[in-house]
Ligand binder design. Structure first.
Ligand SMILES: [Zn+2]
Length: 140
């Protein structure tokens, strides 16, 4: 099995490279502009708010609330590793105004918009690579 490389997944100059590297290290890191403090996701090279090129990557907790969710019954590219049906959640992070997507694991009892979730970093198969992926679980 080939080792994951963010350069393979995103291109050698992808602004989100530090995100993937941090996930491979077991942490969530997101970019914040050093010029004005704005958070950016997807990652950008240049801040659209103040024009700065300088971003810092800050570790954030994998906690949040469900912004939206959907259940998938049919396979499509990139979902081969999942038993179907599976539920995907879009999560509004607690600490920053950023939403991240991932597959819900565990019980779906209590799944609703606004439900609290916590995440973990897993791996999923994409083509011939295992890549980092977020998993979310409802907080009881
Ligand atoms: Zn800025």
């Amino acid at each position: 099995m080939a080792a994951f490389s963010y350069a393979t997944a995103t291109g050698p100059l992808g602004a989100e490279g530090p995100y993937w590297d941090a996930l491979l290290d077991g942490h969530l890191k997101l970019p914040r502009c050093r010029g004005c403090g704005a958070w950016h996701w997807p990652a950008v090279w240049r801040c659209g708010e103040c024009g700065s090129w300088d971003h810092e990557w800050v570790e954030r907790a994998l906690t949040g609330t469900v912004f939206s969710h959907t259940r998938t019954h049919h396979a499509f590219a990139g979902t081969e590793a999942f038993d179907r049906p599976f539920t995907t959640v879009l999560v509004s992070l607690t600490e920053v105004p950023i939403r991240l997507i991932g597959v819900l694991e565990g019980s779906e009892e209590g799944l609703r918009i606004g439900a609290e979730v916590e995440g973990r970093i897993d791996r999923t198969r994409f083509g011939t690579h295992d890549i980092p992926a977020l998993r979310w679980r409802l907080v009881a």
